[in-house]
Design a protein around this ligand. Structure first.
Ligand code: ATP
Length: 599
C-alpha cells in the first residue's frame, strides 16, 4: 500500500521552527548564481554606510573650525562636502536597489518555475484535495514576497548592522562618556520592541492566511462553474454575506497590524527625542566645563539618528525573519511535494504501440483502509472494445484513471503492449492513449489552438479533416471567425454537444492506439446525440477502447463487458451470456439499457 494519503495537509501552511541551516543553505544556493551582483550589493551597502558617517564630522568642523575662525572658504568646502557625500550615497543607493531588484526577481523566477514544474508532476490526487486558490496564492503571493525578503529584510539587516557598528565605533571615538549615555537609552526601546514584534508577527501570519482564504473563495465563486452554482441555487445573498465576513476578518486584522506598528513608532519617536536631550544635558555640562567642543556635541546628536533608527529596525528584524521563514517554508513545501507519478529514470520507448491494454491484479485506494478497486484483471487486445458497467460509485472512472496513469495502482500492474505504464515516459504515454470524457476541458483560446493541443504541428487541412470526421467542421466553418474563434472560459461559448465533438476531433488528431471513453449520460437532444455517435465511429475504428458504457449500442458491440460493483469485477463476458446469467448485469440492463431499446 502506498503510504501517501494523508501524508500532507496540502491546504495549510506548514508550522514549525524557524528556518533550519539546511533551509538557509538552500536559499543561499538560489542566490549563488547571483554572487557577483550580491557582492556588489554588499559593497554598495558598505559604501553608503561609510558615507553616512561623514556629514556629522564635517558639521563638527563647521562649528569648531570654520565658524570660530570666520573661514568662509573652509565653510564652503565643508558644506559642499556634506552635500557631495549625501548625493554620492544617494546615487550608490539607487544602483544598489536596481541590483537588488535583479537578484530578487531572478530568484522569484527560478522559484516560480520550480514550483510550477513540481505541481505539473503531481498526481490528480493533489488537485482533488487542494483548493486552486491556495495554489495561486503560493505561486503569486508567497513567491512574490521573496522580493520583499531580499530587497527589504536582507538588505536592511546588512545595512543596519553595518551602520550601527560603524556609528558605535565613531561615537566611542568622539567621546566615550556620551557614547555610554547614548547606548544606555537603547534597552528602553529594545525590550518592548520584542513583544510588539511578536504581536505583529502573529497578526501578519494570520492576515496572510485569511488573505489566502479570501483569494481561494473568490476563485471558487467567481468562476464560470462557481457563478453557475451560485446563481442557479439563488445563493447570491449568503455568498455575499460569507464574502463580507471573510473580507471583514482581513480588514480587522490589517487595522490591528497597522496599529500594532503605530504604538511601537510612538515609543521609538519618544526615545529618538529623549536620547538627544540627554546628550545635550550631559554633553552641555562637559562643554561648560571646557572638556568638550560644541561641534562634538552637535556631531554626536547627528549620529544618534544613525544609531536609534537602525537599532529599532534590527530589533524588529526577527519579525521580518519569522515572516520570511514561514514564506520560505511554504515555498519549500511545494518545491518538496513528493512526486507520486514518477517519470522512470530509464523509460522504455514504445516506437509503435499496438494497443494492448492489460490490468493484472490491480488494487487501488484513495484513502487507506477503503479500497476503491480490488484485484482487477482483464485484457483488451489490440482493436478490442472493453465496456465498463456498474452502479454509481463502483469504481469505473477510477479504473480509467489507472489506465491513463493519473494514479498508480497500489498493487498489481497496468501495462500497455506488455510494458508497465510506470516504465513508460510520461510524455510517451499520452502519445498512445487518449481520453474523451463527459466534461470537455478547453483552454480559453481559439478553436484551432485547442485542437493543436493534441498535435502541435497539425496543418489546417489536418484540422479540417479531423473536424469533418468529428461532425463539427460545418459548425465551425459557419462561425464568422471560423477556426480562429475563441471558445471562451473553459469552452463555455460552445454547446455541450459541440464541445464533445471538438474533443473527439482533438483526439482524432492525436491518433492514439488506445481510447478511453466516458460516454455521455446527460441527455443531449437526439440530433446532437446522433452527431456524437457518428463522430465516435472513426475514433473507435481500429483502436483498443475502454468505455464507461451508458449506451445500449456500446454494450452490444463490446468484445468484453466488465461488471463492477464496489470496486470488484463481479461478472465478465459478452452481452448475451451475461444477460442469460441473470445476475447484476441483467438487473442493470433492465434498469439502464432496456429503456433505450424500448425508446
Ligand atoms: P459514476 O458512475 O457515478 O461516475 P464510478 O463507478 O465512475 O461512478 P468512481 O468515480 O470511480 O466511480 O468512484 C469510486 C469510489 O471512489 C466512489 O466511492 C468515490 O466516492 C470514490 N472517489 C472517487 N474519487 C475520489 C477521490 N479523489 N478521493 C477519494 N475518494 C474518491
Amino acid at each position: 500500500m502506498r503510504g501517501g494519503f494523508g501524508r500532507l495537509n496540502y491546504g495549510e501552511a506548514p508550522k514549525g521552527p524557524p528556518l533550519t541551516r539546511a533551509d538557509l543553505v538552500r536559499i543561499g544556493r538560489y542566490l549563488l548564481p547571483e554572487w557577483k551582483p550580491s557582492l556588489l550589493i554588499l559593497t554598495c551597502v558598505l559604501l553608503v554606510a561609510i558615507l553616512g558617517l561623514v556629514p556629522p564630522l564635517l558639521l563638527r568642523e563647521v562649528i569648531d573650525k570654520a565658524l570660530p575662525s570666520k573661514d568662509g572658504m573652509l565653510l564652503n568646502l565643508l558644506v559642499a562636502g556634506m552635500i557631495g557625500t549625501r548625493l554620492l550615497a544617494g546615487l550608490i543607493g539607487v544602483w544598489q536597489s536596481s541590483l537588488t531588484n535583479v537578484v530578487a526577481q531572478g530568484m522569484i523566477f527560478d522559484l516560480r518555475r520550480g514550483i510550477y514544474e513540481r505541481l505539473l508532476r503531481q498526481s490528480l490526487r493533489f488537485f482533488t484535495v487542494t483548493r486552486s486558490g491556495e495554489i495561486q496564492s503560493r505561486l503569486q503571493n508567497d513567491v512574490g514576497g521573496v522580493a520583499g525578503v531580499i530587497g527589504g529584510t536582507m538588505v536592511s539587516l546588512v545595512t543596519n548592522t553595518v551602520t550601527v557598528t560603524f556609528t558605535v565605533i565613531v561615537l566611542f571615538k568622539l567621546d566615550w562618556m556620551l557614547a555610554l549615555v547614548a547606548c544606555a537609552v537603547l534597552p528602553a526601546f529594545v525590550l518592548p520592541t520584542r513583544s510588539v514584534g511578536q504581536v505583529r508577527a502573529r497578526i501578519s501570519k494570520e492576515t496572510q492566511e485569511r488573505l489566502a482564504e479570501l483569494t481561494a473563495y473568490v476563485q471558487e465563486t467567481l468562476s464560470v462553474s462557481g457563478f453557475l452554482l451560485v446563481r442557479l441555487f439563488g445563493g447570491q445573498a449568503p455568498e455575499i454575506k460569507r464574502y463580507g465576513e471573510k473580507a471583514a476578518a482581513v480588514r480587522d486584522l490589517q487595522i490591528r497590524q497597522a496599529m500594532a506598528g503605530r504604538w511601537f513608532m510612538m515609543w521609538i519617536m519618544m526615545f529618538i527625542t529623549i536620547g538627544p536631550a540627554l546628550i545635550y544635558l550631559v554633553g552641555g555640562h562637559e562643554v561648560i566645563a571646557g572638556r568638550l567642543t560644541l561641534g562634538a556635541i552637535v556631531a554626536f546628536v547627528a549620529y544618534l539618528g544613525g544609531l536609534y533608527q537602525p537599532v529599532s529596525a534590527l530589533v524588529n528584524v526577527h519579525v521580518d525573519i519569522a515572516t520570511a521563514s514561514s514564506l520560505f517554508r511554504r515555498i519549500f513545501e511545494y518545491l518538496d511535494l513528493p512526486i507520486e507519478i514518477e517519470e522512470p529514470a530509464d523509460p522504455v520507448r514504445l516506437e509503435n504501440a499496438k494497443g494492448e491494454l492489460r490490468f493484472e491484479r490491480v488494487s487501488m485506494a484513495y484513502a487507506i483502509g477503503a479500497p476503491t478497486l480490488v484485484d482487477i484483471s482483464f485484457e483488451a487486445r489490440p482493436g478490442q472494445m472493453v465496456a465498463l458497467v456498474g452502479p454509481s460509485g463502483a469504481g469505473k472512472t477510477t479504473l480509467t484513471y489507472l489506465a491513463t496513469r493519473l494514479y498508480d495502482p497500489d498493487e498489481g500492474v497496468v501495462s500497455l503492449d506488455g510494458v508497465d505504464l510506470r516504465q513508460l515516459s510520461l510524455a510517451d504515454l499520452p502519445r498512445w492513449m487518449a481520453t474523451v470524457t463527459q466534461e470537455t476541458t478547453l483552454f480559453n483560446a481559439s478553436l484551432a489552438e485547442n485542437l493543436r493541443y493534441a498535435k502541435r504541428d497539425a496543418t489546417d487541412e489536418e484540422l479540417e479533416r479531423a473536424c469533418r470526421l468529428a461532425q463539427i467542421h460545418e459548425t465551425i466553418a459557419a462561425l464568422p471567425e471560423g477556426y480562429a474563434t475563441t471558445v471562451g472560459e473553459r469552452g463555455y461559448k460552445l454547446s455541450g454537444g459541440e464541445r464533445q465533438r471538438l474533443a473527439i476531433a482533438r483526439v482524432l488528431l492525436r491518433d492514439p492506439r488506445v481510447l478511453i471513453l466516458d460516454e455521455a449520460t446527460s441527455s443531449l437532444d437526439s440530433r446532437s446525440e446522433a452527431l456524437i455517435q457518428t463522430a465516435l465511429e472513426p475514433l473507435l475504428e481500429g483502436r483498443t477502447s475502454l468505455v464507461i458504457a451508458h449506451r445500449l449500442s456500446t454494450i452490444l458491440r463490446a468484445d468484453l463487458i466488465l461488471v463492477l460493483e464496489a470496486g470488484r469485477i463481479v461478472e465478465r463476458g459478452a452481452h448475451a451470456e451475461l444477460l442469460a446469467r441473470g445476475g447484476l448485469y441483467s438487473k442493470l440492463y433492465n434498469e439502464q439499457f432496456r429503456i433505450e431499446t424500448e425508446a
